[in-house]
Design a protein around this ligand. Structure first.
Ligand code: ADP
Length: 484
């Protein structure tokens, strides 16, 4: 079984969030299921600099304003890549979506239409001797691939995974021809969205299967509250929509063998975690105190993630003598608000604004708990890293957070199944209560460590999801005819 994964991010070459981690881990996870996954990604400057043994494999000719070539390459771990080398679109360093002014690149629709176009061309046989059975695209950046393939005879099956419905790729209808989209696609049953073109709607309508990254989010996006205007479309497609919970790469995220972590530890030697706590407190200018409950945040700082709620709930955390270590970047107002809390609470709150992969591992290793107050969360990965590192997740009861953390209520504690704390989303009162509950459990060291050990023993790897994706690919390929 040959699958082409189409993605705008891929860890470790280019990452802004969870999509990179998922796209980076899937090929290895699927290899265990005898699925050969190649990954198509844009040749951003950071990608071209990070790959080895790149050779031109095909030419795409003129692709939206300049010559484009497909490179056959490998990531550092040997994962097979196909890199779209189109310097006029991708030879730009840094964030893959934003220019130096922090705004979207104005030609993003051409950049990612080019990615999807290339995927479709590969599906039609662009590379001699290679025809994927399935093209699996991620998010709006890959969503036009099934649209470009529509009507093609003996095309590969297509799967579209929604990692975040909030990003849809919406552009004026006047771009239809320039994007090489057939006029027939511009209908209500196609990619037309309130008179504009929606890349994501196109993917949802044209893909043979639509998946998202947790069962709860799959249900939520079919409702007006979370459906971001596409809930009606998703309800219509619910027969082909499934939620498959993400896993994490347990090799990259292994507290017992993590090169970023100063003092490796396992569930059997949790006291070693304390040495990481001391190091983290020193690094973030926090008071050195092994007994204080140290919370962390590792996140994009955006409205989605609910950190305005945390700002309001902070007095509860501070009054009880807790500490907060924050690593994040995004919304300037949120950054300024947290910077202000650092100034007003020296030694109790520390923050690093920016993106720092090694530090994110050190936070997971050193903190006692991780706060994730998201308003919506398709799957979320940081709570899974938290489980793996014995850093108890305190999460809003939404999307994948609801599916992956078992609340430490009385019954779950008695039954021995609790792994963290849940609270009703979008509520400062509920968040405060969850923080208070964490303090109560923390004061009982033995009970806290039991929950930590249980969290660490949870199977958060890719094996279950890889099996489910494989079953889905096989089912699709065994269908005799695909509706084009
Ligand atoms: P999303 O994809 O919505 O940003 P996820 O929880 O699915 O949220 O994934 C976020 C990923 O990005 C995780 O791997 C997390 O560790 C990482 N991350 C987020 N912010 C930062 C940061 N400032 N520095 C380093 N890593 C970060």
């Amino acid at each position: 079984m040959q699958v082409l994964s189409v993605t705008s991010e891929f860890f470790p070459l280019i990452k802004t969030g969870g999509l990179a981690d998922v796209a980076g881990a899937l090929p290895r996870a699927l290899a265990d299921e005898n699925v050969v996954m190649r990954t198509l990604l844009p040749g951003y400057s950071d990608v071209i600099a990070g790959i080895s043994s790149a050779g031109a494999i095909s030419s795409l000719g003129d692709l939206f304003g300049g010559d484009a070539t497909l490179l056959d390459a490998r990531a550092q771990d040997g994962t097979e890549l196909l890199v779209l080398d189109a310097p006029h679109l991708f030879a730009r360093a840094g964030n893959p979506y934003l220019g130096p002014d922090g705004m979207d690149w104005p030609d993003n629709h051409f950049r990612f239409a080019a990615l999807a176009w290339t995927a479709a061309e590969i599906g039609k046989g662009l590379i001699e001797g290679y025809r994927p059975d399935v093209i699996h695209g991620h998010d709006w950046q890959a969503a036009l691939a099934p649209v470009y393939l529509a009507g093609i005879e003996s095309r590969p099956a297509t799967v579209m995974t929604i990692h975040n419905l909030a990003f849809q790729g919406i552009v004026p209808a006047t771009e239809l021809t320039a994007l090489r989209l057939p006029p027939s696609s511009f209908t209500m049953d196609g990619l037309e969205y309130w008179g504009k073109i929606s890349f994501l709607k196109g993917g949802i309508q044209y893909a043979d299967r639509v998946t998202t990254v947790s069962p709860t989010y799959a249900r939520e996006i079919c409702t007006p509250d979370v459906g971001v205007g596409l809930d009606g479309v998703l309800r219509q497609r619910k027969d082909v929509l499934t939620g498959i919970t993400n896993g994490i790469d347990c090799v990259v995220w292994n507290p017992g063998d993590d090169p970023n972590v100063l003092h490796p530890y396992t569930g059997d030697c949790l006291d070693a975690k304390l040495a990481n706590k001391a190091a983290l407190q020193a690094r973030l200018g926090l008071e050195n105190d092994p007994d204080t409950l140290l919370f962390c945040v590792i996140s994009r700082l955006t409205a989605q993630k609910g950190f305005d709620l945390l700002l309001e709930a902070l007095p509860t955390l501070l009054e009880q003598g807790g500490q907060l270590a924050l690593l994040g970047s995004g919304d300037a107002k949120l950054e300024a608000a947290f910077a202000d809390t650092v100034r007003r609470n020296p030694g109790q709150i520390g923050a690093v604004f920016g993106y720092d992969e090694p530090l994110s591992h050190q936070l997971q290793a050193g903190a006692d708990a991780i706060l994730i107050p998201s308003r919506f969360e398709p799957c979320g990965l940081t709570q899974l890293y938290g489980l793996r590192y014995g850093t108890l997740p305190i999460v809003a009861r939404v999307g994948g957070l609801a599916d992956t953390v078992i609340d430490a209520n009385q019954a779950a504690l008695v039954d021995g199944v609790a792994t963290g704390f849940q609270f009703g989303s979008d509520s400062v009162t509920e968040l405060r209560t969850a923080i208070e509950r964490a303090f109560i459990l923390y004061r009982n060291k033995e009970a806290w460590q039991q929950v930590q050990r249980r969290a660490m023993s949870r199977n958060v790897g890719w094996s279950a999801a890889a099996k489910t994706y494989t079953a889905l690919y096989r089912e699709l390929c065994s269908a005799t005819t695909l509706v084009s």
